[in-house]
Design a protein around this ligand. Structure first.
Ligand SMILES: Cc1cc2nc3c(=O)[nH]c(=O)nc-3n(C[C@H](O)[C@H](O)[C@H](O)COP(=O)(O)OP(=O)(O)OC[C@H]3O[C@@H](n4cnc5c(N)ncnc54)[C@H](O)[C@@H]3O)c2cc1C
Length: 454
C-alpha cells in the first residue's frame, strides 16, 4: 500500500511525487508515455528554445546599432531542433534521477481509478491512501472541414525544418501569440483570426493592445471576431459577425489545448467537472471524492507549468497530513515574445468588475535608462491597485525581461506588501526593475520621473 499514487509524470505530477516523498510518504508515479510531460517534451522548454533562437536572430539583425558589422546568415532549423531535443532529454533525465534519488517508484503504463485509492495500471491494481491525478492536457483537435490536410500542430511546429511561407493562427492565447511572433521573425506571413475582439482575452486590455501593436508592426494581420469555418486546399474561409473573408495559407496552426480528464474513472467516483472540461477541485486541490486530488492542466483554468507544480506541492502536503492551500490569485503568467509579457493578478477591467475602487500606476520603458541605452524601449509597467487599501491587485508588464520582472510582483503579492511599501523600494541602476518601482510610485501618486499628474 502506497501513501500516494500520482497519475502523470509532467511538472505537476513530478513535483507532487517528490514533495510527498520528502514528507516520508511511500510514493509511486504512473506515466503512460515519457517522464517530463508536455512542459519538457513538447511545451515550455522546446518552445522557449525556439523563442530564444528567434530573439537572437532579431538581436543579430540589430547588432549594427551597436557598431557590430555582422552578416546574418540563414537559420539552421535542424540545429535548433537538435538543441531542443538535447535540452529536453537532459531535463527529463534529471527528473528521472531525482525521482529515484527521492525513492519514488516509477510505474510505466496508463493509470485509471477503479475505486478511491485503487489505480489500475494496464491490468495491475495498485493501492494508496491518496491519489493525485496529474494527467495534463492535450491539443484540441481542429474539426474544421478540409483543415486536416494543412494543419500543423505545435508538436509539429517545434520539429520544423523550415518556416512555413504563410500560416493562419486561430488561438488567441499565449501559445498562439508566441507562435505568431516566432514565425513572423522567421519570415512567415502570419494571419491571426480571433474568436473575440482581441488577443489574450484574459489579460489586461493594455497588455493585449501593446502586443497586438507589436505583432502588427511585424506584419502580422489580426482579424478580430472571425472563425475558421472551412478549408479548401489552401483557401481558408473565415466567418465574421457580418461578413465572410478568405485567406490563402500553407498551414493552419493548431495550438489550443484541453484538459485530459476523461477515461480516468473519475465520473464513477462522483468527481465534478468544470465548464472548460477541467476536474473541479477545492483550494486544497481535492476533488469531490475524498482522498482523490487533481492538479495542473487536467484541472483547466490557467494551464501553466508552474501552476501545475505549485498545485502538486499543495496536494502532496495535504495527502501527507499537512493543511495546505493553493493561492490561485497569485498565478503569474508570461509570454517569451519580442517583446516579452509578464502579468499577475487582476486586469483593470476584472478589478473594476470585482467592485474595487481602482488606482492605476504606470511607467513606460521609453524613459528607463537601461531600455534606452539598449534600444529596447518598447514596453510599459502597469500596476492595478485598490485605491482604498493600497492592496496590489494586479501587475502587467510588456517589455524586455518582463517574464523575470513579474517575479517581483509575485513576491510582493505573496507577502501582501502594499503599493506604498513597494514604492519605497529602490533597485540597481540602470536596470529594467527600476520601471517596476516607478510604476508603483506612480500608483502611490509620486512618480518622480513622470510629468505631474493633471
Ligand atoms: C507549445 C507549448 C508551450 C508552452 N509554454 C509554456 C510556458 O512557457 N510556460 C508555462 O508555464 N507553460 C507552458 N506550456 C504549458 C505547460 O506545458 C503545461 O501547463 C504543463 O506541462 C502542465 O503540466 P501537467 O503536469 O499538468 O501536465 P503535462 O505536462 O501535460 O503532463 C501530464 C502527463 O500525464 C501523462 N498521462 C496522461 N494520462 C495518463 C494516464 N491515464 N496514465 C498515466 N499517465 C498519463 C502524460 O503522458 C503526461 O506525461 C506550454 C504548452 C505548450 C503546448
Amino acid at each position: 500500500m502506497y501513501d500516494v499514487i500520482v497519475i502523470g509524470g509532467g511538472p505537476g505530477g513530478y513535483a507532487a511525487a517528490i514533495r510527498a516523498s520528502q514528507l516520508k510518504g511511500k510514493v509511486a508515479i504512473v506515466e503512460a508515455k515519457a517522464m517530463g510531460g508536455t512542459c519538457v517534451l513538447r511545451g515550455c522548454i522546446p518552445s522557449k528554445v525556439w523563442m530564444h533562437a528567434g530573439a537572437l536572430l532579431e538581436t543579430a539583425r540589430k547588432a549594427g546599432d551597436f557598431g557590430l558589422k555582422l552578416t546574418v546568415g540563414e537559420l539552421d532549423f535542424d540545429a535548433v531542433v537538435a538543441r531542443k531535443k538535447g535540452v529536453s532529454n537532459d531535463i527529463a533525465m534529471g527528473m528521472a534521477a531525482l525521482l529515484q534519488n527521492n525513492g519514488v517508484e516509477v510505474v510505466n503504463g496508463r493509470g485509471r481509478l477503479v475505486a478511491p485509492g485503487k489505480v489500475d495500471v494496464d491490468g495491475n491494481v495498485l493501492e494508496a491512501k491518496s491519489v493525485i491525478v496529474a494527467t495534463g492536457s492535450q491539443l484540441k483537435k481542429c474539426d474544421v472541414p478540409g483543415a486536416d490536410a494543412i494543419v500543423m500542430t505545435t508538436d509539429q511546429l517545434l520539429e520544423m525544418d523550415a518556416a512555413p511561407a504563410s500560416v493562419l493562427i486561430t488561438d488567441p492565447s499565449y501559445i498562439g501569440v508566441e507562435m505568431a511572433m516566432l514565425l513572423s521573425v522567421f519570415g512567415s506571413k502570419v494571419t491571426m483570426a480571433l474568436p473575440g475582439p482581441r488577443i489574450l482575452p484574459d489579460e489586461d486590455q493594455d497588455t493585449s493592445q501593446r502586443l497586438a501593436q507589436s505583432l502588427r508592426e511585424r506584419g502580422v494581420k489580426i482579424m478580430a471576431r472571425y472563425a475558421l469555418v472551412k478549408v479548401d486546399g489552401k483557401k481558408c474561409i473565415l466567418k465574421g459577425s457580418s461578413k465572410e473573408a478568405e485567406v490563402e495559407v500553407e498551414r493552419v496552426i493548431v495550438s489550443a489545448r484541453m484538459p485530459v480528464a476523461n477515461d480516468l474513472g473519475l465520473e464513477a467516483l462522483g468527481v465534478k467537472f468544470k465548464e472548460d472540461g477541467g476536474i473541479d477541485v477545492d483550494a486544497r486541490c481535492m476533488t469531490a471524492c475524498p482522498g482523490v486530488y487533481a492538479i495542473g492542466d487536467c484541472t483547466g483554468g490557467w494551464m501553466l507549468s508552474h501552476v501545475a507544480s505549485a498545485m502538486g506541492i499543495c496536494a502532496a502536503e495535504n495527502c501527507m497530513g499537512k493543511k495546505s492551500t493553493f493561492n490561485a490569485s497569485i498565478v503569474s503568467r508570461a509570454l517569451w515574445g519580442m517583446p516579452e509579457m509578464g502579468s499577475i493578478g487582476l486586469s483593470e477591467e476584472q478589478a473594476e468588475r470585482g467592485g474595487h475602487e481602482v488606482e492605476i500606476g504606470g511607467f513606460p520603458y521609453s524613459i528607463n535608462g537601461l531600455a534606452m541605452l539598449r534600444g529596447e524601449v518598447d514596453g510599459a509597467v502597469k500596476v492595478v491597485a485598490d485605491a482604498d487599501t493600497g492592496e496590489i491587485l494586479g501587475v502587467h508588464i510588456v517589455g524586455a525581461q518582463a517574464s523575470e520582472l513579474i517575479g517581483e510582483a509575485a513576491l510582493a503579492m505573496q507577502l501582501e506588501c502594499t503599493v506604498e511599501e513597494f514604492a519605497k523600494g529602490f533597485r540597481v541602476h540602470p536596470s529594467f526593475s527600476e520601471t517596476v518601482v516607478d510604476g508603483f510610485r506612480d500608483a502611490d501618486g509620486w512618480a518622480l520621473y513622470l510629468p505631474k499628474r493633471g
